[in-house]
Structures are given as structure tokens and as C-alpha cells.
Design a protein around this ligand. Structure first.
Ligand SMILES: [Zn+2]
Length: 340
């Protein structure tokens, strides 16, 4: 891991700053030799800025994004928090990505505490693309919606209330927002598509027989149907991150990922060597947004810490998460994107 104080931005100098340096020196000391020296120095600074230096992920800044998302309140589809968070995410990604698309779709659904009056719910996937022309692509994804019911809360009075989803909903998105800011400044080896899925957490396990994926994974299922199947879109592989903010973060290999995408699991966990939060052993099989993607032919692995005592409770709040955990996941994603 790169020491946290060594920020990538330390190496950056803008063209404006370069011209300022040159201008000031030229005005103060009209000396040919010195001007030449300044030009050489500027070229040196520019070349340092352009080397294949591996950029630094900022876990603190990612954590601030997590808090910002939670401050919108529950982001269950149909809620005001959902609407406001959508606007925030579109705004943030539009600043840094080469192209941002919103993928709106309707699902038949009348179980949400936020839409008693209609039989359908409007959901939105967000797709932020970088280096659009590049053929060699990677898909990085997470879900941005939060669960409308805290059905695992030990207090029965809370079980119909919506969760804040600091870990389950905000942590993965916060990591990807920070990564997007980095990708804007330094191109990785791959063209990158960051996809934020809606409607991941609207399912119930008792619906197992009735509906596809028990009502979970609505956004990724829609994305697989409309953007992958029958199209030429074929990223080399995908990484889904979900519940990666737990302050006691321990990430193991997820079982379904190992069945669908064993080679990518091996490669990614190889890169995780030396990051203490990652363990190259299988634990848990989780149904998550990587399933529809794998079924549509994109090998996708899930990074998740599923041992989180506040899962689907009202206690899933920012104090249960930490900048250090987001840093660990960000460091790994940086290695995947920038190291050979
Ligand atoms: Zn969940």
C-alpha cells in the first residue's frame, strides 16, 4: 500500500501554473539562460506528471461521499432521498466521466412504503463511461438504492422502516465516485464503465418461487437484458463491490464469483496480496448484482464482506464504516486498473 500522505495530486501541476511560473520568471529576470533553465524545469515537472505513476486512492474523501449519500436519508426507490441522491450522483459523475447515461425503467411493484398509490416503480441505472473509444474495457459496479425495510432489525417496531444503508448502498458507490475522480486525471489500462444499479434491494426471500431473483437485482437484470444481451458490449470482466465499508472489513472470495469467473477471482486476489483485509479463501455464496451479469456472459466477481451485524437494520450507519476500509478496497481497485 502506498503511504497515505503521498497524494497523487502532489505530482500534478496545471498548464496554467506552468505558464504562471514561466511568466513570472520572464518578467522578473529577462535572462536567456535562466529562461532556458525554467523551460527545462517545466518540462521535467510535466514529464513527472505524465509518467505511469500509480495514483493514490483517498479513503477519507470516499468516506465523505459515503456520509453525503447517507445525509440524503433512506434512498429506497420512490423516496425523496432516492430522488436527491440520483441528482447528486448524476452531477458528480458528469463532472469527471467522458459520458454519463441514465437508464430509466419501470418495474411492476407495489410493496414499497414509498409508493402505495401506484403499481409500478421508476428505477434508474447510472452508467458513467471513460475512454469511450477503447475496446479493452472493465465494468465496475455497485448498487445505489437502499432497502425499504429493516427486516433484520432486532426490534420488530423497526422492521418496516427503511434503512440508511451506509454500508449496504453507500459504501460501494462512495468508492466508485472516488475512483471516477482519479480516472479523470489519469487514464488506466482499460476503458472503464462505472455502473450504479438501482433496485438491488427490493426483494424478499419468501418470494423465491414467485419472481426472478426473488425480486432483488432489478437494476442489474435490466442492464443485462438491455445493454449486454444481443449487443456488442463485451467488457473483459466486471467487479461488483457491495458492503465494503464495514469498519471491521474482512473480504473473502465469494462462492458464486469463483464458479462464474475463477480466473478473474484468482488474478484480483493475487493483486490483493499484502492488503490485510483480503483473504483468498471462499466464504459465503451471495446473490447479488453480479449474477445477472455473469448469466449474460460478462465474467464478474463480487467483493463483499457479508459478516456485518448491522445488515438490513436501522443501525447500518456511517459510524459502523471507516475510511480505512474504503481505502483497502480502493487500493485494490487501483492496482487492478493501473498495475500490469
Ligand atoms: Zn441489502
Amino acid at each position: 500500500m502506498i503511504h497515505k500522505d503521498t497524494k497523487y495530486t502532489n505530482f500534478k501541476i496545471t498548464n496554467h501554473e506552468i505558464s504562471q511560473i514561466f511568466h513570472k520568471t520572464f518578467i522578473c529576470k529577462p535572462n536567456r539562460k535562466l529562461n532556458l533553465y525554467v523551460i527545462i524545469l517545466c518540462n521535467l515537472v510535466v514529464s513527472i506528471g505524465c509518467t505511469n505513476e500509480v495514483p493514490q486512492f483517498d479513503g477519507e474523501r470516499a468516506y465523505q461521499s459515503l456520509v453525503k449519500l447517507v445525509d440524503f436519508g433512506p434512498r429506497a426507490p420512490g423516496s425523496t432521498g432516492h430522488e436527491n441522491a440520483l441528482r447528486y450522483l448524476l452531477d458528480e459523475l458528469s463532472i469527471v466521466a467522458d459520458r454519463v447515461q441514465r437508464q430509466d425503467f419501470l418495474v411492476p411493484f407495489n410493496h414499497s412504503p414509498f409508493n402505495h398509490l401506484t403499481d409500478s416503480l421508476k428505477l434508474t441505472n447510472i452508467i458513467a463511461s471513460f475512454d469511450i473509444e477503447k475496446g479493452n474495457r472493465i465494468l465496475l459496479c455497485s448498487h445505489w438504492d437502499t432497502r425499504p425495510w429493516a427486516d433484520q432489525d432486532p426490534n420488530p417496531d423497526n422492521q418496516k422502516k427503511p434503512i440508511l444503508g451506509a454500508n449496504d448502498g453507500a459504501s460501494g458507490v462512495a468508492c466508485l465516485l472516488e475512483l471516477a475522480r482519479i480516472i479523470k486525471n489519469q487514464k488506466p489500462r482499460y476503458g472503464v464503465d462505472i455502473v450504479l444499479f438501482d433496485g438491488e434491494d427490493l426483494g424478499k426471500s419468501e418470494w423465491r418461487e414467485e419472481v426472478l431473483y426473488s425480486g432483488y437485482l432489478l437494476g442489474s437484470a435490466h442492464f443485462a437484458k438491455s445493454t449486454i444481451r444481443g449487443t456488442g458490449y463485451r467488457p473483459q470482466f466486471g467487479i461488483l463491490i457491495d458492503m465494503v465499508g464495514d469498519r471491521d472489513l474482512e473480504i473473502y472470495i465469494e462462492g458464486n464469483s469463483n464458479q462464474f469467473a475463477p480466473e478473474w477471482v484468482r488474478r484480483v486476489f493475487e493483486k490483493a496480496k499484502g492488503i490485510p483485509q483480503f483473504h483468498p479463501e471462499i466464504r459465503h455464496f451471495v446473490t447479488d448484482d453480479h449474477i445477472p451479469l455473469n448469466e449474460a456472459g460478462i465474467p464478474t466477481l463480487l467483493l463483499i464482506d457479508f459478516d456485518y451485524p448491522y445488515w438490513h437494520t436501522l443501525e447500518d450507519t456511517p459510524d459502523k464504516c471507516s475510511p480505512e476500509s474504503l481505502q483497502a478496497v480502493g487500493d485494490l481497485l487501483i492496482r487492478v486498473l493501473y498495475e500490469d
